[in-house]
Design a binder for this molecule. Structure first.
Ligand code: PMP
Ligand code: GLU
Length: 404
């Protein structure tokens, strides 16, 4: 479902070899329809519908008045990096020095910094599938080879150490995963993470990118980071950011904690390509990270209520198979029951066909599982009001029942 129709011969090969972000492409399609006056319900984008908490906005306003208008240090202001170290210590029991922290223009930037710093052309990168859409394209961009490890609803979409071990070769350099997971909502337990850490610590040159952007959107347990296992801490890049925990997607602030050489490589990249993150946002981020998370916890409770509602109403739709997401704000149903069916002569063969059909007929925007490495599923974001969720699912149900 691409919006961008770039003529292959006009741009460099590295651009034609990667896919456009499936999430952002669908969000744009939904905006385009809405601009034509169509009442679209957009459940495509993983973006909290809440506004940024007032105390963070006040900190940003003050930062503007205090003239934070110059280039910040490429790695981020020292005070912010210290606040991030404190956060890791307080919330995750992880000890880092400020020179291991790199502040970036979003977790997305932190992930690509790490991928470009670790992956050489030809290196294999393990991606337990479903994975977040950007991972596979980032790996390809770095010249690496994405190695998908398919998981199923039966294992709650989590990769086992047996599966991981089977895919490790002499070329394997990295594994990338998110927990809580976008798109499955799965959360790896402490024991599962320890087993993976034990396995990986047997290999000398195997890194992990642990994307923890949904840390605070977790309905089961206290968050566990794989970096808490000393055996692989110095091979792990922890990525996090403010987009989800503080409803700050548009502010663009992420960060990584890593071994020093990866931090320095990331600074080198950012110094050449972005100059670092917005100065005003950085100052506001200090306030956000030092806060008591009361606002974050309120948002988490609302997401949980919405998850429960969505699971209940979606499970009424015939043919949908679901896991119970334990975090993030997505459900990822297997909708393959509908493949091979059609409406008015239009055959639904794939998740993309189904999403296109649901957008056209039901005016609900969702994202196909193909970009996430699981073509049987589609992703529904519940980062929106209960009222919209109920209305969207009613529309989806009617449209699906019309498929014969
Ligand atoms: N990782 C995952 C798993 C995500 O879902 C997202 C989407 N926001 C990001 C990273 C990027 O977040 P940011 O807005 O901080 O760039
Ligand atoms: N991460 C969110 C999502 O998966 C926002 C879009 C994006 O950054 O790709 O929908």
């Amino acid at each position: 479902m691409s919006n961008l129709t770039i003529e292959k011969t006009l741009v460099a090969q590295r651009i034609t070899e990667i896919n456009e972000s499936a999430t952002l492409a669908m969000a744009q399609k939904s905006r385009d329809l809405a601009a034509k006056g169509i009442d679209v319900i957009n459940l495509s984008l993983g973006e909290p519908d809440f506004n940024t908490p007032q105390f963070i906005k006040e900190a940003a306003k003050k930062a503007i008045d205090d003239n934070y208008s110059k280039y910040p240090p490429v790695a981020g202001f020292l005070d912010l990096r210290k606040a991030i170290c404190e956060k890791f210590k307080r919330e995750n029991g992880l000890l880092y020095e400020p020179n291991q922290i790199v502040v970036s223009t979003g977790a997305k930037q932190s992930v690509i910094n790490a991928v470009l710093s670790i992956v050489n052309p030809g290196d294999e990168v393990l991606l337990p599938a479903p994975y977040w859409v950007s991972y596979s394209e980032m790996v390809k961009f770095a010249g690496g080879i994405p190695v998908e490890i398919p998981t199923t609803i039966q294992t709650d979409f989590k990769a086992t150490t047996e599966q991981l071990k089977k895919h490790i070769t002499s070329k394997t350099k990295l594994m990338m995963f998110s927990s809580p997971c976008n798109p499955s909502g799965s959360v790896y337990t402490k024991d599962e993470l320890k087993a993976i850490a034990d396995l990986f610590s047997q290999y000398d040159d195997l890194y992990v990118i642990s994307d923890e952007i949904y840390e605070h959107i977790n309905f089961v347990d206290k968050h566990v980071s794989i970096a808490q296992f000393e055996s692989i801490k110095n091979k792990t890049v922890v990525v996090n950011g403010l987009s989800k925990s503080f409803a700050m997607t548009g502010w663009r602030l992420g960060y990584s904690a890593s071994p020093l050489h990866i931090a320095q490589a990331s600074i080198k990249l950012q110094g050449l390509f972005t100059s670092g993150a917005n100065a005003v946002t950085q100052i506001a981020a200090i306030t956000a990270l030092n806060s008591d998370l009361a606002e974050t916890k309120k948002m988490n409770a609302i997401f949980k209520t919405r998850r429960d509602l969505l699971l209940k109403i979606v499970s009424d739709i015939p043919g949908m198979k679901l896991n119970t997401p334990q975090g993030a704000f997505y459900v990822f149903p297997d909708v393959s029951f509908y493949y091979g069916k059609s409406f008015n002569g239009k055959l639904i063969k794939t998740g993309s066909d189904l999403c296109e059909y649901l957008l056209e007929i039901a005016h609900v925007a969702l994202v196909s599982g193909e970009g996430f490495g699981d073509s049987k599923c589609i992703r529904i974001s519940y980062a929106t009001s209960e009222e919209k969720l109920v209305k969207a699912v009613e529309r989806i149900k009617i449209a699906l029942l019309n498929l014969k």
